[in-house]
Design a protein around this ligand. Structure first.
Ligand code: M6R
Length: 615
């Protein structure tokens, strides 16, 4: 995934683009680059590394005048991340310059064709092929840039959000999207282009989100004209009022976005509840579910597709749907599901879970399920995202922007929404008694307050992190509802501290991983009082008798585990099915503190991008 930014208007473009790239760095941070039109020529600078490296390079390399420009932050797909492969890319003549988020799959034959016509390529990228294809069409047919872009895009296979301009016509930027997001901010005689609205939120609240297969010519003083790439029909622009606020995308006094987002969870869960959880009336109200109740109730099974942390939320949902609503559930990695030949019928109901709503594998799994007649329900955070649009119905988590690459509040709000759905279905099916239902709603409503209590363990977690920060391996164990939390805890540690960690169902330990136990490997055991407590105590004893080190996540007031474990972290008491919303908090904090102590880049871990829009 990459981030793209552009500006055309009456202000200096450089500071807007630079700040925009910093906000979009969550989308990729292998390299960055900017191209500005200074009134006579294009000034371009790009570099391997982060936007701050680019800023340093620009100071030495180019002047930054100009009211038109484009910028890019890259997560490498084609070609290693180096200066040459960084965007923007020039066409051979040096007249056109382009930025691109996505992949041109048929770039090889197009490149060969262009090479046979004398074009020379300096990078290994598919993007340089696209800009030269546009140039070739423009030159041969003597047509305007917009038309040339359209003809070129009709020849490419793949996914893209692009912005391109021509220095001989420096009053317009041409943009297009297919499969990668692109927003156009509409200001007062100025226009902003970006992968999401965060780069322009302080300048305008009005934006157009291009749909797939749409392109736009954005003209200085003249506005935006949109048309369909494939059939050339004109599109009436739909201008949305943005709900995003500047403080949501700033660190707000925290050292890292991840920490801010961990601490935002009580608030985020309350936002997920808003208008849906009506405890006093004993009602759960969710439009997407109510409108499609028959589909939910008549489904032979629910199939959940997702990746990464969202997949872990899906696993928690499997337990809760089966437990409360007695509906059979299967949880699939979207990336595996789409590449086999899964048995899906129109009697299946598919739930796709995705924070970003842009994950390519999840999107492809949805398309596959739809093609086999299944009804697909989306659980997304990002409003208007590709997955939100591709699904038949859905529910937003309303967690607010999640910028840290490691998912935190997305996970807990996904579990929250899936719990609401499971409870609603259980009530409709009569698989839960009225009193139990009310009790669940009451306990659910208490969760935000209890999340804040769980966060009070932060100081203790930090002390534990200090002791084990140099461990080479960690094991995370949990049973039942907390087995997925063990997986999630291990994923968090791996992705931001680069320490090897495994999540395992506690009972499976004796079938293999117990061989790893020694005094050097900490085992984090999730052992809340409700839910297989005695069994997990036995697992802890098995580890202790092999000189293992135990960090226990326990219910407040626990005595038994406290006596056995080397450290315990307490969370408030709740129902077994709601415990993942609390047990996950200390695990997020543990990974955060270890990563900070090891000097790792918490918000932008190596090799990762916030959402993976490539296969
Ligand atoms: O945006 P999505 O929820 O679809 O993203 C899925 C995964 O890529 C994501 O959860 C990833 O595993 C995170 N880095 C985990 O912290």
């Amino acid at each position: 995934m990459c981030g793209i930014v552009g500006y055309i208007g009456h202000r200096e473009a450089y500071p807007i683009i630079l700040k925009g790239l910093k906000r979009l760095e969550y989308r990729g941070y292998d390299s960055a680059g900017i191209a500005l039109y200074d009134g006579t020529d294009i000034k371009l600078s790009k570099t391997k590394g982060k936007v701050e490296d680019l800023e340093d390079k620009i100071k030495k390399e180019i002047t930054t005048d100009g009211t038109l420009g484009i910028g890019h932050t890259r997560w490498a797909t084609h070609g290693v991340p180096n200066d040459v492969n960084s965007h923007p890319h020039y066409s051979n003549s040096g007249n056109l310059v382009i930025i691109h988020n996505g992949i041109i799959e048929n770039y090889e034959p197009l490149k060969q064709e262009l090479e046979s016509r004398g074009y020379i390529f300096h990078s290994d990228t598919d993007t340089e092929v696209l800009v030269n294809l546009i140039e070739d069409i423009k030159k041969n047919d003597d047509i305007k840039l917009g038309k040339a872009v359209q003809i070129a895009l009709n020849q490419v296979i793949g996914a893209y959000a692009i912005a391109v301009f021509d220095k001989s016509k420096p009053n317009e930027i041409v943009v297009a999207r297919l499969g990668s997001p692109l927003a156009i901010g509409i200001g007062d005689d100025e226009f902003f282009i970006a992968s999401d609205a965060s780069p322009f939120i302080e300048y305008t609240k009005n934006a157009i989100y291009l749909e797939d297969e749409e392109m736009a010519v954005v003209r200085r003083h003249r506005g935006v004209s949109i048309r369909k790439i494939h059939d050339d029909s004109l599109v009436n622009p739909y201008i949305q009022e943005l709900q995003l606020h500047l403080e949501q995308i700033e660190k707000g006094g925290y050292d890292h976005f991840m920490l801010k987002e961990i601490y935002e969870q009580a608030h985020a869960i309350s936002d997920t509840f808003r208008g849906r959880l009506l405890t006093d009336k004993a009602i759960i109200k969710m439009g997407g579910v109510e409108d499609n109740m028959k589909k939910f109730l008549n489904a032979d099974r629910i199939l959940i597709v997702a990746c990464g942390t969202s997949w872990h939320a899906g696993l928690v949902a499997e337990y809760i749907f089966e437990d409360l609503a007695r509906i059979p559930v299967e949880v699939e990695y979207a990336s595996e599901f789409r590449y086999r030949n899964p048995v899906i019928t129109e009697n299946d109901l598919v739930i796709a879970i995705s924070q970003s709503g842009e994950t390519a594998d999840t999107l492809a799994a949805i398309k596959l399920a739809k093609s086999r007649g299944a009804f697909v329900f989306g659980v997304c955070n990002v409003v208007g995202s590709s997955i939100a649009r591709e699904t038949h119905a859905g529910a937003y988590t309303h967690a607010g922007p999640e910028i840290g690459v490691a998912s935190t509040k997305a996970f807990t709000t996904q579990i929250t929404i899936l719990t609401l759905i499971a409870l609603r279905l259980a009530r409709a099916k009569g698989t839960i008694s009225s009193s139990d239902y009310r009790h669940h709603l009451f306990e659910l409503e208490m969760i935000p307050e209890k999340v804040n209590q769980a966060l009070e363990s932060d100081y203790m977690v930090k002390q534990i992190a200090e002791v084990y920060k140099n461990a080479k391996n960690f094991l995370y164990l949990g049973r039942g509802y907390n087995f997925p939390v063990a997986l999630e805890g291990a994923l968090k540690l791996k992705e931001i501290s680069y320490i090897h960690a495994e999540g395992y169902p506690a009972a499976e330990m004796k079938h293999g991983p117990i061989a790893l136990i020694d005094e050097d490997m900490p085992t984090v055991v999730i052992a809340p009082r409700k839910g297989h407590y005695d069994k997990i105590v036995s697992n802890i004893q098995e580890i202790k008798s092999r000189k293992g080190v135990i960090i226990g996540i326990v219910t407040k007031g626990d005595v038994t585990v406290r006596e056995l474990a080397d450290h315990v972290i307490e969370i408030p008491e709740t129902l077994d099915c709601l415990s993942p919303l609390l047990t996950t908090i200390p695990l997020q904090l543990l990974s955060y503190h270890i990563a900070v102590m090891l000097g790792k880049n918490v918000d932008q871990p190596r090799n990762l991008a916030k959402s993976v829009t490539v296969e």
